[in-house]
Design a protein around this ligand. Structure first.
Ligand code: CAP
Ligand code: MG
Length: 469
């Protein structure tokens, strides 16, 4: 009971159009009470009985706890269903205020973590999804037949170069084999590198690089701004330029602005590269939610390519978990995975696949490992791994393309390196992670999944998170 009402109903079977949420709770009251508090505050209830509650409200709009798994007297996993009718259609902000809102502030809670959210098809149909996505961007670049990974760089240092210096680094990267050059998440329109001047110079470099190489080149220009009018202007400007991509810091922008800008970019014929900087503040703490939930929202909102982690680089996320995130982005149907708390999730046929981006701490020696995690449908980006190559950025770009060409042909990197000087230098300098090594890790986790599931239910969230990170 919470606030005089009962929310636990273990015999309940969620209907097809209901949302399902898997939550971890821990706190200062009995586990059941904590769980009911979350279900109440995230749907129709409050701390006490109210004279205005009626049968219809309680029956049609309340959340139901349809399963619980107690880990201790005051902690455990909770499965909650939410009726479709509870929510305001086409308004993700209202959804967020319900399910990810007040509950985090309840003072009896010491931990509250949302692990996965099942989004019903009926709700998905209210959203457009990506306009280009994986296949659309492959068509722009012309790799829809070869199916090789795309490869790019983030110009480094993160900020500080002048527009001319930036454009020169970009040109060198493109002509030495890269498909994509990207602004860093914290570079937009600083005094020393104004957006327009940087865009003009870099776009000219892009044109020149296309002519020189005969390949299509993309520039993910960061248009993120507090002022939506500036974002509109930048989209208009890019749409006239021949470049087909803009970049947004989607987590920082918030859902409403993302939706508005993605729609506008799409209307203008541009694809959207989504950088997720900031997500980890929620994903990593005891109060928050797993990035897989955000990634589902971003797929619905229609970003065309999204950073989802590498499995082998500098950011959190082990190969197995990142492989599952990749599946969330590209598959029409995702299998349930109990030990990591993944719901089975099908996608509406009109919601296209997002092109997953692997970035963060990568270099040529990790490209084989990346493909073991993501397969070949991935955008591989290296900042430090290109500009930190012992022979400089040009050699770094070459080493990345050589590595990508090798994995596209299923040739081991150390074999390919015999004919590719820059790749050889990269392997010697950065090291080499073999495909087999990463595949073995993935297989070991898969094979122990039922044992791990028992252990997760025995030990709780920290154990699950350790398996994921
Ligand atoms: C990578 C990067 C990206 C991260 C983001 C950086 O640089 O530019 O922002 O990849 O992480 O600033 O760290 P390096 P994620 O290649 O030099 O590491 O993709 O996990 O969101
Ligand atoms: Mg960055």
């Amino acid at each position: 009971m919470y606030g005089g009402y009962k929310y636990i109903e273990e015999s309940y079977e969620p209907k097809k159009d209901e949302f399902k949420l898997l939550v971890w709770v821990k706190g200062k009251k009995r586990f059941e009470e904590l769980a009911e508090g979350v279900a109440a505050e995230s749907s129709v209830g409050t701390w006490t009985k109210i004279s205005t509650m009626n049968k219809k409200v309680f029956k049609d709009y309340r959340a139901r706890i349809y399963r619980i798994k107690k880990v201790s007297e005051s902690s455990g996993f909770v499965w909650i269903s939410y009726p479709y009718e509870h929510f305001d259609e086409r308004n993700l902000l209202q959804f967020y205020a319900s399910v990810f809102g007040n509950v985090y502030g309840l003072k009896e809670l010491e931990e509250l973590y949302m692990i996965d959210l099942y989004i019903p098809l009926r709700y998905q149909r209210l959203y457009d999804g990506p306009k280009f996505g994986l296949e659309g961007i492959r068509r722009i670049v012309g790799t829809h037949k070869t199916r090789r990974p795309h490869v790019g760089t983030i110009v480094k240092p993160k900020v500080g170069l002048t527009p001319a210096e930036f454009a020169k680094v970009a040109y060198d990267a493109w002509v030495n084999g890269l498909d994509l050059v990207k602004d860093d998440e914290n570079l937009v329109n600083q005094k020393f590198c104004g957006w327009k001047e940087r865009f003009d110079k870099t776009n000219q470099a892009r044109d020149k690089a296309e002519t020189k190489t005969g390949e299509v080149k993309l520039y993910a220009t960061n248009i993120t701004d507090m002022d939506r009018h500036k974002m509109y202007e930048r989209i208009d400007y890019v749409a006239e330029s021949g470049n087909k991509l803009v970049m947004m810091d989607v987590f920082i922008m918030g859902f409403a602005l993302v939706k508005e800008m993605v729609e506008y970019a799409h209307k203008k014929g541009l694809a959207v590269h989504a950088h997720r900087a900031g997500y980890a503040a929620l994903h990593r703490s005891g109060f928050g939610y797993d990035f897989r939930i955000l990634s589902k929202f971003y797929r619905l909102l229609g970003v065309d390519q999204l950073h989802i982690g590498t499995g082998v680089g500098k950011m959190e996320g082990n190969p197995y978990y990142i492989k599952k995130l990749h599946d969330v982005m590209v598959k029409e149907e995702l299998e349930e995975e109990k030990f990591l708390g993944f719901f089975k999730q099908e996608w509406d046929e009109d919601i296209k696949a997002v092109f997953p981006v692997a970035s963060g701490g990568l270099d040529a020696g990790k490209v084989e490992g990346i493909v073991a995690v993501h397969g070949k449908d991935v955008v591989i980006q290296a900042g430090g791994g290109v500009h930190g190559h012992p022979k400089g950025s040009k050699a770094g770009a070459k080493s990345m393309r050589q590595a990508v060409e090798a994995v596209a042909r299923n040739i081991a990197l150390d074999v390919a390196a015999k004919q590719a000087k820059e790749l050889k230098q990269a392997l010697e300098y950065f090291g080499y992670i073999r495909k087999e090594e990463v595949e073995r890790k993935i297989k070991e986790i898969k094979e122990s999944s039922s044992l791990l599931e028992e252990m997760v239910y025995d030990k709780g969230l920290n154990f699950l998170v350790a398996l994921r990170d």
